[in-house]
Design a binder for this molecule. Structure first.
Ligand code: ZN
Length: 135
């Protein structure tokens, strides 16, 4: 096993462990996310709200936690769900891109299988960016 694949295993296990904490009383779709950053591994889950538009996805939840802990570079993102194939939505792709390294990967896991593994730049080509990002 390579170092990279063992780190990936840790990310997947982290997402698996927190999946139970997803708050999804309306959709019943539980999603968890773990991100590898310059400050370590952080995670998040989807948090739904009675006012549906206020729902936050697991990916943005994880990125917010990472940034709150001082992280500014995201190297890898694991998104995991057993209920749906959890491809990141457009908003989350943009939020991940804000902090993504040039080789940042997004790995989508559904029912224990990796169903997608691509660079964030492949998922979000022609990314909107402003100068001064990642400071
Ligand atoms: Zn999203």
């Amino acid at each position: 096993m390579t170092v990279m694949s063992s780190l990936l295993d840790v990310l997947i296990e982290t997402a698996r462990r927190v999946l139970v904490n997803a708050y999804a009383p309306y959709s019943g779709v539980r999603v968890a996310c773990a991100v590898e950053t310059d400050r370590g591994i952080f995670y998040g889950v989807n948090v739904e709200n009675a006012s549906y538009g206020l729902t936050i996805c697991a990916e943005r939840s994880a990125v917010a936690s990472a940034v709150a802990h001082g992280a500014r570079k995201i190297k890898r993102v694991v998104v995991l769900s057993d209920d749906v194939v959890p491809y990141p939505c457009g908003a989350c792709r943009q939020v991940i891109a804000e902090f993504a390294t040039d080789d940042c990967e997004v790995i989508v896991v559904h029912r224990g299988e990796i169903v997608l593994r691509k660079l964030i730049w492949e998922l979000l080509p022609h990314t909107f960016k402003l100068r001064g990002a990642q400071q």
